[in-house]
Design a protein around this ligand. Structure first.
Ligand SMILES: *Cc1c(COP(=O)(O)O)cnc(C)c1O
Length: 220
């Protein structure tokens, strides 16, 4: 079942779009089913669950932290996490840098932007991120690599609105790329699109989609 769903989703993704299989709340055997079907990138949104799964499952899995990350919990995932999608403050970025340095590695991150209407969604707004990227303090962070941007659209049936929000994120990406990352070719990721809206996201330029329920079934 999982293998079938996975291959169905993959058949909808154009070349160059990376699939993050979102396995939050799902048991290890579900992850292994996707792993055996060839999937290697998995996304989780809780630190403890991410650590437990990392310890139990094959070591060639790339683990993405896609949820809101509290500063005090960075240390638990710093040794192994491949990409942190939800960076939404300088304070968090500083902590990731500090923990990465301790582990003698560089940690890849995405800047999360608040593009949705809902109050509850985390993320920078454009000016906040710009101010941070312009700051002296930002340039001193040597153990993080900002790989791109991430965002979540409003949960709505209104496709035009979703399209609009994804378009906004793509615009931010292009502006930041040309102003701050012109010489950093690894600033290249636009993480947007989930089960309900990934087709729209891809039309609007997404190259990384985070899909859970379509692959693993709905969550309780
Ligand atoms: C849960 C989650 C997803 C996946 O959602 P589905 O609707 O199950 O595909 C994607 N991104 C984030 C940040 C999530 O928390």
């Amino acid at each position: 079942m999982i293998a079938e769903k996975l291959s169905e989703v993959k058949s909808n993704l154009p070349q160059g779009v990376t699939l993050v299989a979102v396995s939050k709340t799902k048991p290890n055997e579900d992850i292994l089913a996707a792993y055996e079907a060839g999937q290697r990138i998995f996304g989780e949104n809780r630190v403890q669950e991410l650590v437990d799964k990392y310890e139990a499952l094959p070591k060639d899995i790339e683990w993405h932290m896609i949820g809101h990350l509290q500063t005090k919990k960075v240390k638990y995932i710093a040794p192994f996490v491949s990409l942190i999608h939800g960076v939404d403050s300088f304070k968090l970025l500083e902590e990731i840098n500090k923990r990465a340095k301790k582990e003698e590695r560089t940690i890849d991150v995405l800047l999360q932007f608040h593009i949705a209407q809902e109050q509850s969604k985390y993320g920078f707004d454009f000016d906040e991120a710009k101010t941070m990227l312009e700051s002296q303090e930002f340039t001193q962070l040597e153990n993080i690599n900002v790989r791109g941007v991430m965002g979540m659209a409003t949960f709505t049936e209104n496709e035009e609105k979703i399209q609009d929000e994804f378009r906004t994120l793509n615009n931010y990406f292009e502006i930041f790329r040309s102003h701050f990352f012109k010489f950093n070719k690894s600033f290249e990721i636009i993480s947007m699109g989930m089960s309900g809206d990934y087709k729209i996201a891809i039309e609007e330029g997404s190259n990384m989609v985070r899909i859970g329920s379509t692959i693993f079934g709905s969550r309780n």
